[in-house]
Design a protein around this ligand. Structure first.
Ligand SMILES: Cc1cc2nc3c(=O)[nH]c(=O)nc-3n(C[C@H](O)[C@H](O)[C@H](O)COP(=O)(O)OP(=O)(O)OC[C@H]3O[C@@H](n4cnc5c(N)ncnc54)[C@H](O)[C@@H]3O)c2cc1C
Length: 508
């Protein structure tokens, strides 16, 4: 076998003959792309590809991660995992590899039932605080774009995470792309398959269990207490409740357990026609129809704040991501084909303690809550999305008309330049002007802003020891994933779940 680097046009990429020719494959040899990155910085758009050339049809056989699991016995050390999002699920899969018995509890429902609550939320505009776009099996990652890009490659084996997704039904192509995504239409099936693996190998699931307290015995955390008083006991607890589990932060605050404020980011979601983003990114209208819906990634500094695009969804839709009444929150998702006519992205401004005039651990959470409440009121007290055309926002004037939108609900005109905090507005205005310099045409009549993009990451950190990963005051408790402040996104949360399971297995 030999490895070669080749550049392929979109047409060559989709032609076996062109691939073989460019990779220099001789008769009897196969050529296979094992890594690809789309480079559209210049007019001649190419895929930079790493290609394996092998004799015959053998190729590299990948080692399935599932084959490394064996069934754990009912007497194995039990680990209570709170939260069935990416952090909790990958912690559970790793527990099984380590011979530990995962007991997963989640406040929400299995993914098959959760979808009815999500449909009802959109139809009736009522948020179920235990089953919504963020809570329920698969966590916030289930109804997402399923982007699998992470910068935290030093935190673990990203390939292992991707292999586990493929083992459970994801397209094997996710192993090739530098910026792979799965799509919400595929994710629910994958999450259900992971549940089957976990149960078949001796793990347990308990849905509809909202954890309200920790069970502390002789100075160690030995389990959790649910809202109905039921106790779930184990040798350790991995707490992976995500960035929206505000009741968990309140529990720590009430009990006097250590918490820290953590800088986060807040802003709006901007929506453009996808065709327009394609034209900007692919240098005009004449781009190849074989190219995927174009993405972008933008970042700048404005008014002393970082301003950046966040969770950009090509060919996606915008969803109401509130987790309780009285809040308005938006986020983005797309299906595997990314074929909606809209491109949307969060545009977020960094927020630190200095911006909110508070010093306690929950100061940034309170700020986040207050903004979500104000935006909810601006929508007329419901989860309709307050919206303003980008050009009007830049001129600080209300929109006399709104654009069509891919929001899963109604949009309602609102002066976001008055609703959002002044430093966020100023930073966004400067940021958008800079983005228009970097991507000519980004500021256009056709762009619209929807509010508020506030669940970018957790505004609170649950501290843990760097070595043992346990909470400094609560032996046996492993704060994990995005909600504890150690991850941001599906892959990094999954990696953190794996790390926490490894840390539990090391502690006897
Ligand atoms: C609409 C949307 C789109 C997104 N798109 C992407 C994307 O394309 N790519 C990407 O990398 N990231 C994306 N994200 C972010 C990503 O989903 C999160 O980073 C990731 O899910 C965090 O994983 P987690 O396991 O730490 O927490 P979560 O996924 O938030 O899971 C937490 C789980 O804990 C449960 N829980 C909460 N409180 C309790 C309690 N008290 N008792 C019991 N259970 C509880 C919840 O029901 C939930 O299942 C998106 C998020 C949203 C909302």
């Amino acid at each position: 076998m030999r490895i070669v680097q080749v550049d392929l046009t979109p047409e060559e990429y989709h032609s076996d003959d062109a691939l073989r020719r460019k990779a220099g494959a001789h008769e009897g040899e196969q050529a296979r792309v094992v890594r690809r990155t789309l480079d559209c910085r210049r007019r001649n758009i190419v895929y930079h590809c790493t290609v394996e050339v092998v004799k015959g049809a053998e190729g590299l056989s990948s080692i399935s991660s599932i084959s490394r699991l064996s069934r754990v016995s009912s007497s194995a050390r039990a680990v209570v995992i709170v939260g069935a999002g990416p952090a909790g699920l990958f912690a559970a899969l790793r527990c099984l590899q380590q011979g530990l018995r995962p007991v997963i509890v989640d406040r929400g429902k299995p993914v098959e039932e959760r979808k009815y609550d999500i449909a009802r939320l959109t139809r009736e505009k009522v948020v179920d605080p235990d089953s919504n776009w963020c809570f329920g099996e698969g966590g916030a990652g289930t109804y997402s774009d399923g982007k699998l890009y992470t910068r935290s490659t030093k935190r673990g084996d990203v390939g292992e995470v991707l292999r586990l997704f493929v083992d459970h039904g994801a397209d094997p192509d996710i192993m090739l792309d530098a910026h792979a995504h799965i799509g919400t239409d595929r994710l629910s099936g994958i999450i259900a398959n992971m549940r089957r693996t976990i149960v078949e190998h001796g793990g347990e699931y308990h849905f509809g269990v909202r954890v309200e307290d920790l069970l502390v015995k002789e100075g160690r955390v030995r389990g959790v207490v649910a809202a109905d008083g039921t106790k779930y006991e184990g040798d350790a607890v991995i707490l992976a409740t995500g960035h929206s589990a505000r009741d968990i932060y309140e529990l720590f605050h009430r009990r006097g357990w250590l918490l820290e404020a953590k800088p986060f980011a807040l802003g709006v979601r901007v929506e453009h026609p996808q065709a327009l983003i394609n034209e900007i990114q692919y240098h005009g209208k004449g781009y190849s129809p074989l190219l995927p819906a174009a993405a972008y990634s933008l970042t700048t500094q404005a008014c002393g704040h970082g301003v950046f695009s966040f969770c950009m969804c090509p060919g996606g839709v915008i969803v109401p991501a509130a987790t309780a009444g009285g809040q308005q929150v938006v986020n983005g998702m797309s299906n595997s084909r990314r074929n909606s006519p809209y491109a949307n992205s969060g545009i977020a401004v960094t927020v630190g303690l200095g911006d909110v005039g508070g010093a306690d651990a929950l100061a940034l959470l309170r700020f986040q809550q207050a903004v979500e409440g104000r935006v909810f009121e601006a929508a007329g007290g419901c989860i309709d999305a307050p919206a303003q055309r980008l050009v009007d926002f830049l001129r600080r004037r209300p929109s006399s008309r709104l654009n069509k939108s891919g929001y899963m609900g109604a949009t309602v005109g609102a002066p976001l330049h008055e609703v959002l905090p002044p430093f966020v507005v100023e930073s966004l205005i400067q940021g958008f002007k800079d983005f228009d310099r970097k991507m000519r045409g980004f500021v256009t009549d056709e762009a619209m802003l929807l509010a508020v993009e506030s669940r970018t990451s957790s505004p609170v950190r649950i501290p843990r020891d760097r070595e043992t990963l346990q909470h400094p005051q609560l032996a046996g408790l492993y704060p994990c994933g995005e909600g504890a402040g150690y991850a941001g996104g599906i892959v990094s949360s999954a990696l953190d779940g794996i790390r926490c399971a490894d840390a539990v297995s090391l502690r006897r």
